[in-house]
Design a protein around this ligand. Structure first.
Ligand code: 57M
Length: 323
């Protein structure tokens, strides 16, 4: 990542593949016009290559994760190219994106059902004996987790490094959870679901954290490159995917709490806006724009959100022993 990104930035600049900035957002974003985008292609390639090199390729969970990350990245690439080439186009229609995201979850679920262990139970932090069986509804729930995570990371990606930092932290938390889920003795000791084979996903999570860190070097304020939807959709989808596969779906709402907060701020703003005929809760949603418009400098919003993310990551890890 560290070696390839400068080359990628120069190439994107030469090809004039830069970001179009909407003129209805915070004013200081206008100076970001032309920043090379689609860094997600590098992040996802790096995750895929590291995983193919170091993971056990007879493990079904590895292939399912690669399917999700690759499929979501391809969807994001179409969106990015439409936006960049057609200039000011809104990209892929939302319905198409949602269809594509759901399609890849359904394909992944089919593969697990046929070749792996399809467990429809849910597990909760703090209440470790509570393991309700969702039956066939589990598929809907899994789709909600993966598609929701993908869209939440996409919404968060609106300030330099704002999504990348929490992504690295959440992926690191899941590296630990996947390793523990795959280790029968430790899983039993910690009273978390034991998922034979999930330990291999720790390599996939490590690749995510490493690729994210390498990208953050260039995406941190003032960003030299943005990840684009090719990054945000795939990185969110990858987090949702490891959460479902390691049977630690609820933990994602804690470890990835910054993404949840951003998505909830949009839902609350849009809901309130519609109910009241035009009134707002926040100056602008997603919530990072609210703080920008309050006058916080961009790095202050970003680093404070990172701090929240680190705290939430630690809280997620502490649930292993809290019961
Ligand atoms: C995409 N994309 C960034 C970059 C990045 C429903 C509504 C809330 C949807 C939401 C939306 O479209 N969100 C998803 C957010 C964009 O970044 C590009 O997109 C990729 C991620 N998908 O990788 O390629 C801009 O964000 C800035 N940026 C950085 N640094 C980075 O590292 O500064 C991105 C990465 C970039 C750059 O300026 O151009 C984005 O924000 O567009 N819509 C919104 O977020 C809009 N909110 C809104 O309409 N709110 C209303 C509603 C909810 C009632 C309200 O509150 O009144 C805002 N976004 C913008 N302008 N730009 C508002 C208007």
């Amino acid at each position: 990542m560290l070696l390839l990104t400068p080359w990628f930035i120069r190439t994107m600049q030469k090809m004039q593949m830069g970001q179009i900035i909407r003129d209805d957002g915070p004013e200081r974003h206008l100076s970001k016009a032309g920043t090379p985008s689609m860094g997600g292609v590098l992040i996802i390639s790096s995750i895929m290559i590291s995983t193919l090199l170091w993971a056990d390729l007879s493990n079904i969970y590895i292939w399912v994760s690669l399917l999700i990350v690759g499929g979501y990245c391809a969807t994001g690439i179409q969106d990015d190219l439409l936006k960049i080439r057609k200039k000011n186009s809104k990209g892929l229609p939302g319905k198409y994106k949602l269809f594509s995201q759901t399609f890849f979850v359904a394909a992944a679920a089919f593969i697990i059902y046929k070749y792996g262990a399809w467990d429809t139970h849910l597990s909760f932090p703090f209440f470790k004996n509570l393991r309700p069986d969702l039956g066939s509804y589990y598929l809907l729930f899994a789709a909600f987790v993966v598609v929701g995570a993908s869209n939440a990371v996409n919404l968060t990606d609106g300030l330099d490094g704002l999504a990348t930092g929490p992504f690295v932290i959440t992926a690191s938390v899941y590296a630990l959870f996947c390793y523990l889920a795959g280790h029968a003795t430790l899983a039993r000791y910690l009273q978390i679901p034991s998922v034979p084979g999930a330990g291999e996903l720790a390599i996939f999570c490590g690749a995510m954290a490493g690729a994210g860190l390498g990208f953050l070097w260039f995406n941190t304020y003032p960003a030299e490159i943005f990840m684009g939807d090719s990054g945000s959709l795939a990185m969110g989808g990858a987090l949702g995917c490891v959460a479902v596969l390691s049977k630690q779906e609820i933990i994602l709402a804690i470890a990835g709490g910054v993404f949840v907060m951003e998505a909830l701020s949009v839902m609350a703003q849009v809901g309130y806006f519609k109910l009241t005929g035009g009134r707002r809760i926040f100056r602008m949603a997603p919530i990072h724009h609210h703080f920008e418009l309050k006058g916080w400098p961009e790095p202050k919003v970003i680093v404070r959100f990172w701090i929240i993310s680190i705290l939430l990551g630690l809280l997620a890890v502490s649930t292993l022993k809290l019961r």
